[in-house]
Design a protein around this ligand. Sequence first.
Ligand code: 5GP
Ligand code: ZN
Length: 116
Amino acid sequence: MVEQDCIFCRIASGDIPAGRVYEDDQCIAFRDTNPQAPVHLLVIPREHVESLDDVGLKDEPMLGHLMRIASRIANDQGLAENGYRTVINTGASAGQSVFHLHVHVLGGRPLSWPPG
Ligand code: 5GP
Ligand code: ZN
C-alpha cells in the first residue's frame, strides 16, 4: 500500500528524491537528510508498515531482509571495521517521527551508550 501523505512511501515510489545508495524489489536505502553521524542511512520497506509494532508474522522475511541489507550497506560504506549501529525507533516517545518502518544505520564516529 502506498500512502500519499507518507514521506517515505513517496521516496520509495520516486515521487520525492533521496540520496539512494541501494534498492531492490523489497526495500530501499538512502541518506538521512539530518545526519547524526558521518554516515547515516535509512533502510525502509517499499510496503507501508507504520512501525515495528505493526510487523506481523507475514512480515518476518521483510524484516530479516531489512536487517541483512542494513549490514550490507554498512559494509559497502566502509563501516564494518570500526563498527556501526542499527536503530529502530518505535513510537513518538522513543523518537519515531516518520511513521513508516525504517532502520537507521549510523557510523563513522564513536557512538556512546546508552542513547538519550
Ligand atoms: P525517526 O525519528 O522516525 O526514527 O527517523 C526519521 C528520520 O527520517 C530522521 O532521522 C529524519 O532526519 C529523516 N527524514 C525525515 N524526512 C526525510 C526526508 O524527506 N528525506 C530523508 N532522506 N530523510 C528524512
Ligand atoms: Zn509509508
